[in-house]
Design a protein. Sequence first.
Length: 276
Amino acid sequence: MLNNFFIEDHVKNALQEDIGFGDITTDYLTNEEDRMSCVLNTRVDGIFCGKNVFEMVFKILSPSINIKFYFNDGDVIKKGDKIADIEGPARYILMGERTALNYAQRMSGIATETNKYQNAVGEFKARIVDTRKTTPGFRAFEKYSVKTGGGSLHRFNLSDCAMIKDNHIKYAGSLTKAVEKLRQHISHAHKIEVECDTVEQVKEAVNCGADIIMLDNMSLDMMRECVKLIDGKAIVEASGNVNLNTVYDIASTGVDIISSSAIVAKAPTLDLGLDM
């Protein structure tokens, strides 16, 4: 998902944004030949994510910066763990510190939050998936972080899957009409998902052959009824009012997928530090 070409382009833009016309603090406090060593450590427990992106920040600034990692993406890290040793030209380590931490803290925070949700599902089959409620320009990194944390991915963008929501149904005239029209035009490789908030809509979605049926903001009893009604004829997704206090009960209804924007939109950054 994250190839080096994509990472490099994104990181260059981030560095340009942060450095601007020059780091007036570091430029006047250091000389080109000065070197320093520092440690990337964690101040809290979590799931580490963003290794290649963190490293790319410093590689772009100076190929003379050496980084030795002790953890990989997806590894559990504990408060006080040393994640990496960094050594090289002081000017460029200091210049890149904030950008590198921004990536690693955000990505590790999402991976950690996702892992909490997936673990909260317990013994049930439901998979935790993300949504398109992501930070503009940062979606690929956020979705990679979800995957690293043990979650699964919903559609990456609008071209991945046809999703019929309430406004689409109103515009088309009915749920069935919307599905029929899409079937005439989309590729055989694309699935059709329908968002339903009533049992009657679910019945209609089953009858017209929807591939995925989303149960939107339904009560637990309604979800159980709909899972029985669908009876394996479509993938069942639950969405709405998903948090760490509700996700286990939602999973117990028998749904296949639980989608939540919270694993990205409400994930706190993980407290990582770069210290001499």
